[in-house]
Design a protein around this ligand. Structure first.
Ligand code: BG6
Length: 468
């Protein structure tokens, strides 16, 4: 069913880090590529004015262009700048919301984007409601959605006092990534996978999200959450859901969300003994981090999914800062052939599927072929279905565009976000201290024990550039 487009964008947290790194570049791209044409009202409590916000937007776009190795687009900046307005004020002060209402002018269906800490969601939602700016509006909220299951439930209840569920868009930028979408497409647009995508053929699944940098000036924020809340409960469980869910009954958002919810509910709560937490040496010296911090910058764990498709198949998940490389990769390891007829094939050498989400996009299948020559001996090869350097559309451009159109397929529902918290709820508080690791290593050695058998972790390596 077609839903009306939002007619203004109000973004809270406009002077913050996320706005600088992701939102301004996404807005410029939406203006240039998709003809986005609506008032954009930045809101923050920073003692700024519109001049300062425009300068910040310019810096952000200059930096984004530099990162992509392209020229700063002056025309794009000017178009964005012309649509920008700014409201400065305390979220507890009703005058801030009066000013937002004034800035909205004739707009009737604003999209409010809350790029602010979850502790402020309630106060902002109520502030908007009081001045009538929540009626017919949509709200986008950033992750992490709460700190644990109980706080996520409380947050859902608070938001539901102001917005109906279909107007709440819980964003997880991983879901807007081209290769994450391709995971779903590739699985369900080909018949060959379904017969083998289960416990009969899959030995184990691994996902590694490695970053070769530390917490990058976000010490205080990060030290309050750690790796499990920052990327595992959301980005990585979402990827597992895409990988493990059953086929939705249709391509409509509701069918997709329904299947995802079923798979989240089938995930067993992670057992604390299946988790290793690590902290890189030097983390405690980062500004904003407590000198005795026990917060993890690395986590490795074993997850089980209790359903007919996956029972008994371990899902190994690992994420960390200051690892040797920046790459996110999934490996679906298939079982070895029942008999090794020609040469011994170990688990490490058996078939696998590889999905790399960044920095490049890769979908590949690992197989063995006979080496030319007289002997029946083989060697590993990779059949590459997709390999390109970087996705064209940024996740924020895609997701904000979807939210403006009212399409919630790639956003997380209230039930799913709670089900995902339920998976990690038992491993959010810790008596055991974190194990330290050397920056540039693959985390603490204890993490090796998470993977059962002799297979070990598949460490992502730098890719050669590929022609296709
Ligand atoms: C964010 C986390 O959600 O995702 C960061 O807060 C992390 O800590 C980032 O670095 C990774 O996203 P991407 O798209 O750069 O892989």
């Amino acid at each position: 069913m077609a839903t009306p487009r939002s007619d203004a964008l109000v973004f809270f947290g406009a002077t913050g880090d996320l706005a600088y790194k992701k939102i301004f570049p996404a807005l410029q791209a939406m203006i240039l590529n998709d003809g986005l044409d609506l008032p954009i009202i930045g809101v923050a409590h920073s003692d700024w004015d519109i001049k300062k916000l425009r300068a910040r937007a310019r810096d952000s776009l200059t930096q984004a262009a530099k990162d992509q190795g392209i020229k700063f687009d002056k025309d794009g900046f000017e178009k964005l700048s012309a649509k920008l307005q700014y409201v400065d004020g305390d979220y507890n002060d009703p005058a801030t919301f009066d000013a937002i209402k004034k800035a909205l002018g004739k707009a009737k269906r604003p999209l409010h984007y809350l790029a602010i800490p979850p502790s402020l969601f309630g106060v902002v939602a109520k502030g908007l409601q009081k001045v009538g700016c929540a009626d017919e509006a949509r709200v986008v909220v950033e992750k992490p959605f709460g700190r644990d299951l109980a706080s996520a439930k409380a947050l859902n209840a608070t938001l539901h006092e102001v917005f109906p569920e279909q107007s709440i868009f819980r964003i997880d930028h991983y879901l807007g990534k081209e290769p994450v979408q391709n995971l779903l497409y590739f699985r369900f647009a080909n018949t060959v996978f379904e017969p083998v995508w289960n416990r009969n053929y899959v030995e184990s699944v691994q996902i590694t999200m490695a970053e070769n940098f530390g917490v990058q000036g976000r010490g205080a924020f990060y030290d309050d959450i750690g790796a499990i809340r920052d990327v595992l409960q959301n980005h990585l469980l979402q990827v597992i859901a895409m990988l493990a869910m059953d086929a939705p009954v249709g391509s409509d958002p509701e069918s997709l969300r329904a299947e995802k919810l079923r798979i989240f509910r089938a995930m067993k709560p992670v057992d604390p003994k299946d988790v290793v937490r690590g902290q890189y040496k030097g983390y405690r010296e980062v500004e904003g981090v407590k000198p005795d911090s026990n917060v993890e910058t690395f986590v490795a764990l074993r997850l089980h999914i209790d359903n007919w498709r996956w029972n008994g198949v371990p899902f190994y998940i690992r994420a960390g800062k200051n690892l040797p490389i920046t790459a996110t990769e999934v490996i679906v390891d298939m079982k070895t052939p029942p008999l090794s007829l020609f040469d011994e094939i170990s688990q490490k050498e058996s078939n696998y599927f590889r999905f790399r989400f960044n920095p490049e996009v890769i979908i590949a299948e690992g197989a063995r072929v006979k080496k030319p020559g007289e002997k029946m001996r083989g060697e590993p090869v990779e059949l590459v279905a997709r390999h390109h350097p970087r996705p064209e559309k940024s996740p924020y451009e895609r997701l904000l565009g979807d939210a403006i159109r009212g399409d919630n397929a790639l956003f997380t529902s209230d039930e799913s976000v709670e089900a995902a918290w339920a998976v990690v709820d038992q491993v959010l508080t810790h008596e055991k201290p974190v194990a330290t690791y050397k920056p540039g290593s693959w985390g603490p050695s204890e993490a090796l024990k998470i993977v059962e058998g002799d297979e070990g972790w598949h460490d992502p390596t730098p890719e050669e550039t590929s022609p296709c």
